[in-house]
Design a protein around this ligand. Structure first.
Ligand SMILES: NC(=O)c1ccc[n+]([C@@H]2O[C@H](COP(=O)([O-])OP(=O)(O)OC[C@H]3O[C@@H](n4cnc5c(N)ncnc54)[C@H](OP(=O)(O)O)[C@@H]3O)[C@@H](O)[C@H]2O)c1
Length: 336
C-alpha cells in the first residue's frame, strides 16, 4: 500500500533544519506547487527558476505569505532558459551561486519540454523538447554536483516521465532525426519522443545513482496533473482524447500532487516506508526501469554522449560516429 503522503506531511516541519531547496520549473505547475508546499513546511531557503520573470517574482511573494514566521524564509528567482547547452550551463552556475556555500539539499527538476511529434532543432542541433525535458536535467544534476553545489546527502528529483523504454533507441540518433526523415507520422514520433525522454532520463538517473552514491536521485511520473497551462490543443491524433479521458479518471491538481514528491524529500519515515527504490508512479507505487535503461551496456554507451552534449568531457572518444556526423551536419547548415 503506498503511504498517504498528505497525511504524513501534517507531522513534518522543516523549521530550524536550515534546508535549501532549488525548484527548476518553479514558476508554474507542479514545480510551483512543490515550492509552495516547501515554503509552508518551513524550508529555510527556496530558489525557483524559469524563464518568466513576472511569474517568478509573483511566486516569491506567494511563498513568503505561506511560510511560517519562524522559518525566516529566504527566496530567490533565477531566470534561465534551458533550451540549449549554453543556457543549461549558465543556469547550473547561477543556481549553485544562488544557493551559496551550504549547498543545495533538495534539487527538484520539473521543467517542461514535452514532445510535439515533430522536431524543432535548438542552437546545438538537438530536438528542443528533448533538450529541456531530458538534457537539461542531465546538465543541472551533473554540473551542480561537479561544481560542489550539492550539500552532503542531497536529494535530487526529476518529475518527468519514468518507466518507458524506446527499445531500439540509438545513441547516435537521440533527437530521432532518422525516424522523422523516414516519414514517421506525427503521432508515432510523439510516442517515440516520449519514450526516448523516459529512456534517457531513467538511464542517466540510474547511472548517476551508481556513480555518485553520496546522493539520491529520484525519478517520478506524476500521472496527469491539471496545471495552469495544461492544454490538449497541441497533442496529435488520438493522444488528445486519451489524455482528456486520463485526466478525468486519474487527474489531480498541482497542490494535491505536490504532497508526494515533498513527502519523499522531507518526511523522516519516507525512506523506511518506500524502501530503497528511486522510481515511483503518481501514487508512490514503485516504478521499474524499462528494457533499454535496464541494460548496463546501453547506459555505459549513453553516458559519454550525454557528457559531450552538455559540454563536459569534450574528448572525441566520448562521441559516437553518428553524433559527430549530426554535429557536423548542423555546423554546416548553420554556416550556409
Ligand atoms: N502535468 C502533467 O499532467 C504531466 C504528466 C506527465 C509528466 N509531466 C511532466 O512533469 C513536469 C512538470 O510538468 P508541469 O505540467 O508542471 O509543467 P508546466 O506547468 O508547463 O511548468 C513547466 C515549468 O517549466 C518551465 N520551463 C519550461 N520551458 C523552460 C525552458 N526552456 N527553460 C527553463 N524553464 C522552462 C516553466 O517556466 P517558465 O515558463 O517560466 O519558463 C514552468 O515553470 C514536466 O517535465 C512534464 O513533462 C507532467
Amino acid at each position: 500500500m503506498p503511504p498517504n503522503a498528505a497525511a504524513a506531511l501534517t507531522k513534518v516541519s522543516l523549521v530550524g533544519q536550515n534546508k535549501t531547496a532549488v525548484v527548476v520549473g518553479g514558476t508554474l505547475g507542479i514545480g510551483a506547487a512543490v515550492a509552495r508546499l516547501l515554503a509552508k513546511l518551513g524550508c529555510k531557503r527556496i530558489i525557483i527558476s524559469g524563464r518568466d520573470e513576472k511569474r517568478g517574482t509573483a511566486m516569491l511573494e506567494t511563498m513568503k505569505k505561506l511560510a511560517p514566521a519562524d522559518s525566516r524564509l529566504e527566496v530567490a528567482f533565477v531566470r534561465g532558459d534551458l533550451s540549449d547547452t549554453k543556457g543549461m550551463r549558465a543556469a547550473a552556475s547561477a543556481l549553485r551561486a544562488a544557493a551559496g556555500a551550504a549547498g543545495i539539499d533538495y534539487l527538484i527538476m520539473t521543467q517542461n519540454g514535452v514532445p510535439k511529434g515533430f522536431i524543432v532543432p535548438n542552437a546545438n542541433g538537438h530536438d528542443t523538447g528533448f533538450a529541456i525535458q531530458a538534457l537539461s536535467r542531465v546538465a543541472l544534476s551533473y554540473l551542480i554536483m561537479k561544481q560542489g553545489g550539492l550539500a552532503p546527502n542531497a536529494v535530487l528529483m526529476s518529475i518527468a516521465n519514468q518507466g518507458s523504454s524506446l527499445d531500439d533507441l540509438s545513441v547516435d540518433d537521440l533527437s530521432l532525426k532518422v525516424r522523422a526523415a523516414a516519414g514517421e507520422s506525427q503521432t508515432a514520433l510523439f510516442m517515440n519522443q516520449s519514450k526516448r525522454d523516459s529512456t534517457v532520463l531513467d538511464s542517466f538517473i540510474e547511472e548517476f545513482n551508481t556513480r555518485y552514491p553520496a546522493y539520491r536521485h529520484f525519478h517520478l511520473w506524476p500521472g496527469l496533473v491539471n496545471t495552469e497551462n495544461f492544454t490538449y490543443d497541441e497533442l496529435p491524433g488520438y493522444i488528445k482524447y486519451a489524455m482528456w479521458l486520463g485526466m478525468k479518471l486519474i487527474g489531480t491538481t498541482p497542490d494535491q500532487y505536490a504532497a508526494l514528491p515533498v513527502y519523499i524529500l522531507t518526511s523522516p519515515d519516507a525512506q523506511e516506508t518506500l524502501g530503497p527504490g528511486m522510481y515511483f508512479d503518481y501514487k508512490l507505487n514503485p516504478g521499474k526501469l524499462g528494457k533499454w535503461p535496464s541494460d548496463v551496456k546501453n547506459r555505459k554507451a549513453l553516458w559519454p554522449v550525454l557528457m559531450e552534449i552538455i559540454g563536459e568531457e569534450g574528448s572525441e572518444q566520448a562521441v559516437s560516429g553518428g553524433e559527430k556526423k549530426e554535429r557536423r551536419r548542423h555546423a554546416e547548415s548553420v554556416a550556409m
